[in-house]
Design a binder for this molecule. Structure first.
Ligand code: BV8
Length: 226
């Protein structure tokens, strides 16, 4: 019997690697109001502030490594192949660095730059400064290739097709605070999938899952994959 699995990850899976989450006590949004750093309006109002917010995170990302939870999901992909899809809300590259290749970054990627003029995408080169020019069209309209509030997440069609065909939906390290990701559990359950939440503590959507286990991802994810 083919088991099709969709795993949704959030900032909590990268916490033990040392990357801040958004809403925990020392989360990213502390000291940074979402409206000042994670909306298109913020970027057009003061691009330097937004570039600095992402430059700081990009610099920090280069100093951390995947943890046991990322490694366990990469091992699960070796077992399940195309029957596993990891959908991440995270913009870090820790899933890929742990060995996962079937990863959808629905909120974009920290190490990618997007040109607002020609829509070209390029690896983010560290010293792009705060008015980087597009290597393709030459305009100084490069922005972080991340999905801000009010912007359409990437690959929603692909994700929804996987959710309605899933036998099992697992959410790992996400508060269930942001849509449309927070609604994926309902979509999977409605289509008949079993649902499991692995999280440090209860989330805003724990009550929607068939099963929920609390604990650090670096412990509960390898236990689940084993
Ligand atoms: C959209 C990328 C529609 C950037 C992010 C009113 C006005 C405007 C919009 C809305 C509105 N009401 C609703 C909306 C929609 C809005 C939304 O949901 N707002 C919320 C706040 C109510 N959503 C959007 O705007 C989305 N787009 O709706 O578009 C549309 C339709 C048509 C046309 C155009 C548009 C886009 C949202 C994407 C925003 N970008 N990130 C960046 O990274 O800087 S959001 C960001 O926060 C993450 O990507 C993630 O999605 C989200 C939630 O974060 P989590 O990953 O869950 O992390 P969090 O800190 O919250 O929780 C951590 C969890 O881990 C906790 O539960 C904790 O217990 C646990 N944990 C901690 N340590 C561990 C652990 N677990 C295990 N082990 C540990 N060690």
């Amino acid at each position: 019997m083919i088991v099709k699995v969709v795993v949704l990850t959030g900032a909590g899976i990268s916490a033990e690697s040392g990357l801040a989450t958004f809403r925990d006590v020392d989360g990213l949004w502390q000291g940074h109001h979402v409206d000042d750093v994670a909306t298109p309006e913020a970027f057009h109002r003061d691009p330097a502030v937004v570039h600095k917010f992402y430059d700081d995170r990009r610099r920090e990302l280069r100093t951390v490594a995947p943890n046991a939870a990322h490694v366990a999901l990469a091992r699960l992909e070796q077992l399940l192949g195309d029957d596993l899809l990891v959908v991440t809300q995270n913009v870090d590259d820790l899933h890929e660095r742990a060995g996962s290749s079937r990863v959808v970054h629905m909120h974009g990627e920290l190490l990618s730059a997007l040109c607002e003029s020609c829509q070209g995408r390029f690896p983010w080169d560290d010293d792009l400064g705060d008015s980087p020019t597009c290597p393709a069209c030459g305009n100084d309209t490069l922005r972080p290739d991340v999905v801000w509030f009010g912007e359409m997440p990437y690959d929603l069609d692909l994700i929804e097709k996987a959710l309605v065909r899933a036998d099992l939906f697992v959410a790992i390290g996400t508060s269930g605070a942001v849509y449309p990701a927070a609604g994926f559990v309902r979509m999977a359950a409605r289509a008949g999938a079993k649902t499991l939440e692995l999280n440090l503590d209860l989330s805003e959507t724990t009550h929607l899952f068939d099963d929920a286990r609390q604990g650090p991802a670096g412990k509960v994810v390898p236990e689940w994959v084993a």
